[in-house]
Design a protein around this ligand. Structure first.
Ligand SMILES: [Zn+2]
Length: 480
């Protein structure tokens, strides 16, 4: 059965970008069984309309000057669309624009969506073009006022009626079914979850029987990601089984992807869910440090956990999950560079001053017996491991990484020091609390990787002072 309440929607806008452009006109043909209601309104976009858009739509600044703003229409539009399946031509565009307009007002808008471009492709795969003009021509649609919102919504409604009579309602249903798949939630899960999950970035937590924490995940779209755990079409059996074991779902929204990644990484370490295998707490995290034993004589030493202070230049090389992993890595570097395992402290010789095993098989250039000067060996060691060197914290003190959502204008400030995430402030008022926190920062490999990558892209940062007397400096000295 096709849904019986359908809203055919078309928008005119000031451009194609749903973040920076705005709506200038909305047209809705609402169909509820036999009852058809038409509604449209010009919308004052509160910004300029580029001349080429004016030429395309015929909507001029003078026409919208006295039109209501989206804000004043929002409640009415929300009510008109509530309970209706949203149908539009290239629906991602119209649905996205509308969602963003609601988001600016901190209002939620969510609907099942059918795209008539996808529908046309599915029903008439032999045709190459599926834009509205092609449909008009192909199906002999009756054109009234092309490129105006209500007229275009009317065209989509006409197209829908045509395919419903030919090839018929069953073929129509078959063609839209995959667009409307609603995953089946397990019976013990609150069905309200389906409507409450937001299309926003964040972290989600799955709890099982007895409220045991099973899994923590993150996504740029919580709704899509969480529901994918319950979609029978999903290929990943493990995911599907996890969904079936879930009794309760919690989520925390974030402003963006970085916030979701940082929060996920922290929560997994703090809460250690049963099914997060790969990001478990790294008790044995270690790194090689070069220590100068005598002038010019550098030897590697393994440093662990809390000694891994990356806030200064501590000459650290590589991050390893265990002593075993670190040793294997150093051994393979030694082998590739004919370094001496005895000098590196990875092999004991029979007695001091005796050659290592590698020397006998030409794997060592003789640093163990003074044939190679120890300074030379040190220099070769340094160049061999240079590419493993951990990036020094370049900012001295703590910084705030600003993550902003341009549509909702919400922003988070992620406070970071020495590659450790200290916390996330939702406003500047939260900053002192985070900076004064006595909880020692915990260094971990995932966060290090995440932050080095993110900071390389030169986000907006704020320099912060370590004590409560923090100050903000809006400029990014690394920018141009
Ligand atoms: Zn040797």
């Amino acid at each position: 059965m096709t849904p019986d309440r359908l809203a055919f929607v078309d928008l005119e806008t000031t451009g194609a970008n749903p973040v920076s452009d705005r709506i200038t006109e909305i047209g809705i043909v609402a169909v509820d069984g036999d009852r058809v209601t038409r509604w449209n309104s010009l919308v004052n976009p509160g910004c300029r309309i580029p001349p080429y858009i004016q030429a395309l739509t015929g909507i001029t600044p003078a026409m919208v000057a006295d039109a209501p703003s989206f804000e004043s229409l929002a409640v009415e539009i929300q009510e008109r669309l509530a309970g209706y399946t949203f149908v539009a031509h290239n629906a991602r565009f119209d649905y996205g624009f509308l969602k963003n307009e609601f988001k600016r007002l901190s209002m939620r808008f969510q609907a099942d969506v059918i795209c008539t471009v996808k529908l046309s492709r599915k029903l008439f795969p032999g045709f190459h073009r599926h834009n509205l003009d092609s449909l008009i021509e192909r199906h002999g649609l009756h054109v009234n006022d092309r490129h105006r919102a209500l007229a275009d919504a009317e065209l989509i409604w006409q197209f829908w009626q045509q395919v419903r009579s030919h090839p018929g309602p069953e073929a129509l249903y078959e063609a839209i079914r995959y667009q409307l798949i609603r995953p089946t939630l397990p019976p013990h899960l609150d069905p309200g979850v389906h409507d409450d999950l937001p299309d926003l970035p964040g972290v989600y937590l799955f709890y099982g029987e007895g409220d045991v924490l099973l899994y923590i995940g993150k996504s740029v779209n919580l709704r899509q990601r969480v529901l994918s755990h319950f979609n029978a079409d999903t290929k990943a059996f493990r995911e599907l089984r996890l969904g079936q074991q879930t009794y309760r779902i919690e989520w925390r929204e974030t402003v963006g992807e970085l916030g979701a990644l940082l929060l996920e990484s922290r929560l997994i370490k703090e809460l250690q869910p049963a099914h997060n295998k790969h990001l478990r707490k790294n008790e044995e995290l270690c790194s090689w440090q070069l220590v100068e034993m005598a002038p010019g004589d550098y030897r590697p030493r393994l440093v662990f956990g809390e000694d891994l202070d990356l806030a200064g230049d501590n000459g650290l090389y590589g991050l390893f999950k265990s002593r075993r992993e670190a040793t294997l890595a150093m051994k393979s570097i030694a082998e590739a560079n004919q370094l001496c395992l005895a000098v590196l402290g990875l092999e004991k010789t029979a007695a001091a001053g005796r050659a290592c095993f590698g020397y006998q098989v030409h794997q060592c250039k003789g640093a163990c017996i003074g044939k190679e000067a120890i300074g030379m060996h040190s220099a070769r060691l340094m160049s061999a491991i240079a590419k493993l060197k951990l990036k020094e914290w370049p900012y001295g003190g703590p910084i705030g990484i600003v993550e902003r959502d341009e549509v909702s204008e919400r922003q988070d400030i992620h406070v970071v020091l020495g590659w450790c995430h200290l916390g996330t402030a939702h406003s500047e008022a939260d900053l002192p609390g985070i900076l004064e926190s006595r909880r020692p920062p915990v260094f971990d490999r995932d966060t290090y990787k995440l932050l080095t990558k993110h900071l390389a892209a030169k986000p907006r940062i704020i320099r912060l002072a370590r004590n409560a007397d923090w100050r903000t400096d809006k400029s990014n000295p690394d920018r141009d």
